[in-house]
Design a protein around this ligand. Structure first.
Ligand code: VJV
Ligand code: CA
Ligand code: ZN
Length: 393
């Protein structure tokens, strides 16, 4: 009804399951799986499912999770019950084992099911890209970039991105991982630290003493030992509060454009964490839905097979806006969809403003000061270009 039809010459697949969205981290925990329901409902009310292959995913198997995660950790994750959550009033952040059970990574009912479905979504997306049945595969339930081999971290328990990239590496010689979540993609960087077959690039707020996870300095570019294949294959773009669409887009295109020319990736894994949007409950940037989406649009223009992952995003109405808009970019319908949220959209009141593109004034109660100087942004671009000279052509 909005002139949305299947894209010509390429295929987009959407991987999700309503089961995942039923889980709760706890009443006031910032991570709300329900945002995936809101996203899907907005995508549907615009008629976008007609233009994609839609898959209801399954749980990843133990063996699939074991391709990255340690067996001891997985065994504990399966059996850990909410009752194991420490009830220590004095120390609510105290975790039990493997960093589980603190306030960031609580043990909740159905946790293993939630984790294995998130991983199942991303593995299915990766397999569709490997079999060339999809050119762009969307997994908004994935993108949990902080999880480590033996440890939960920052609301992430299973690193679905690492698992999906491991699948891509079976077919594609070089994978470019790009992370626009406001937090540093430390788990993915660490997993592929010693290989030149994956280049990781994270854009994030960097303030080691006060902003999670505290890693990802400009100078951290992989192993310092030049003989290690991974040397120069980790790129970090540390940013400060209040960065704007204009600055972010210029930085993104300059850096990703240079990386594309030099590294020549054969596939892209793009983590689209929506906590980099203005007005996010945990974020600090001033990005609008258009600026966030411009990163997806630029990556799509490179014409490589691509997986779009979710990630952070703690103001659910804006998460749904960004991921619905980015779905429309994937199917090439971004110019066709009306800016006004459809009359029949469920939870329409929940969006507060009826536009897909709220202005900064609509997103932020008080304007956030932009602490990114043009000089510093130029230094960042120069440093990245210098790193790339060390990357084999
Ligand atoms: O900053 C931290 C770690 C602490 C210890 C735990 N307390 C609660 C907070 C400080 C040092 N953790 C971060 C983790 C951010 C994870 C981001 C994940 C992603 O977007 O990159 C990918 C999905 C953090 N920031 C804010 C909170 N934790 C936070 C956690 C809560 C909370 C409020 C804020 C947990 C429970 C409740 N409220 C009820
Ligand atoms: Ca990031
Ligand atoms: Zn985040």
């Amino acid at each position: 009804e909005y002139g949305i039809s299947r894209p010509k010459g390429y295929t987009v697949s959407y991987h999700a399951t309503p089961e995942m969205e039923k889980h709760h981290f706890g009443q006031t925990h910032p991570m709300k799986p329900w945002r995936l329901t809101l996203t899907k409902s907005l995508v549907t009310s615009y008629g976008m499912p007609f233009a994609m292959d839609n898959y209801v995913t399954r749980e990843a198997t133990y063996e699939e999770l074991n391709a990255f995660h340690g067996g001891d950790y997985l065994d504990y994750l399966i059996t850990a019950a909410p009752e194991d959550q420490p009830r220590d009033i004095e120390n609510p952040d105290k975790e039990v084992k493997y960093n589980l059970g603190g306030s960031d990574c609580p043990l909740f009912h159905g946790l293993y099911n939630y984790c294995s479905m998130s991983a199942g979504c991303s593995l299915d997306a990766a397999r569709k890209i490997c079999s060339k049945q999809s050119d762009i595969a969307i997994t908004w339930g994935g993108g949990l970039h902080h999880a480590k081999k033996y440890e939960a971290s920052g609301f992430c328990y299973i690193n679905d991105i690492v698992l999906a990239i491991l699948q891509l590496l079976r077919i594609y010689p070089r994978v470019l991982y790009i992370d626009i979540d406001v937090h540093h993609g430390d788990g993915v960087e660490e997993a592929f630290f010693s290989t030149d077959r994956v280049m990781t690039v994270s854009f994030h707020k960097y303030q080691p003493e006060s902003f999670f996870p505290g890693t990802g300095a400009l100078e951290d570019n992989g192993p310092k030992n030049e003989h290690n294949a991974g040397a120069h294959h980790a790129i970090n773009v540390p940013l400060q509060d209040g960065i704007t669409d204009e600055q972010y887009e210029a930085l993104f295109q300059s850096i990703i454009g240079a990386i594309n020319e030099r590294y020549r990736p054969s596939a892209i894994a793009l983590q689209c964490g929506a906590d980099s949007l203005a007005g996010d409950r945990l974020g600090r940037f001033n990005l609008r839905v258009q600026g966030h989406g411009a990163c997806v649009k630029y990556c799509k223009s490179l014409g490589l097979p691509m997986i779009l992952f979710g990630g952070g995003g703690y103001t659910p109405r804006n998460v749904a806006r960004a991921w619905a808009y980015e779905t429309s970019i994937a199917i090439g319908a971004d110019a066709n969809i009306p800016e006004t949220i459809p009359e029949h959209a469920p939870w329409r009141e929940h969006f507060v403003h009826d536009t897909l593109f709220p202005s900064l004034e609509q997103s932020l109660h008080e304007p956030r000061h932009n602490r990114n100087s043009e000089k510093r942004l130029r230094e960042i671009v120069t440093h990245v270009h210098e790193q790339l000279r060390f990357v084999a052509h």
